[in-house]
Design a protein around this ligand. Structure first.
Ligand code: ADP
Length: 187
């Protein structure tokens, strides 16, 4: 089972993605986490990605498409995975469709976490001091929200045509949201 968890920064994708992946026993693939780890270790990928991430811009598809290919090609990701933070652009979505399609697979569910913008800003600013992410500055937060609306939100239409999109209210307790996701995907 392949599930995409989609939503703006601060919508709780990481938290719910972690819980759901654990429950279903599939690996969670989070491009943001992979990139942050690459920045920490100072790898070539990290050095390339950092300047985009710090500004709240997307890392270019030329870099991300290879990353997606590598991640979905891993032995652990052959039967299922929870996709967190990608696809984020039309080109990434097309690549995921193609890679899964070649294996006779597809995205079974797209969960769209819905949180009002003022709540997103509150959450992101609140966690800025705690997690110390270099893209939680007020400028980068604004840029990430705009980038999401411009590049990623249009993917909802791409998947809605296939009838796999479930809109999940992303406000409320972590447990309630997890319960709602369980109900929506039927397992
Ligand atoms: P958030 O959704 O809170 O912004 P992520 O951890 O998903 O957090 O992403 C952090 C940053 O990593 C993004 O702003 C972007 O620069 C980069 N990034 C992560 N995933 C992708 C992707 N699929 N394509 C391009 N850039 C990405």
């Amino acid at each position: 089972m392949f599930i995409l968890i989609l939503g703006p920064p601060g919508s709780g994708k990481g938290t719910q993605g972690q819980l759901l992946a654990q429950r279903l026993g599939v690996p969670k693939i989070a491009t943001g986490e992979i990139l942050r780890e690459a920045v920490r270790t100072g790898s070539r990928l990290g050095r390339e990605a950092q300047r985009y991430m710090d500004k709240g811009a997307l890392v270019p598809d030329t870099v991300i498409l290879d990353l997606i290919k590598a991640e979905l090609g891993k032995p652990g990701a052959q039967e299922g995975a929870l996709l967190d933070g990608f696809p984020r652009t039309q080109a990434q979505a097309e690549l995921v469709d193609k890679l899964l399609g070649e294996r006779g697979q597809r995205l079974n569910h797209v969960l769209l976490l819905d949180v009002p913008e003022d709540e997103l800003v509150r959450r992101l600013r609140g966690r800025a001091g705690i997690e110390g992410r270099s893209d939680d500055t007020p400028e980068a937060i604004g840029a990430r929200l705009r980038t999401y609306q411009r590049d990623t939100a249009p993917l909802v239409a791409h998947y809605a045509q296939r009838g796999v999109v479930h809109r999940v209210p992303g406000t409320g307790s972590v447990e309630d949201i997890a319960e709602e996701i369980k109900r929506l995907i039927g397992r």
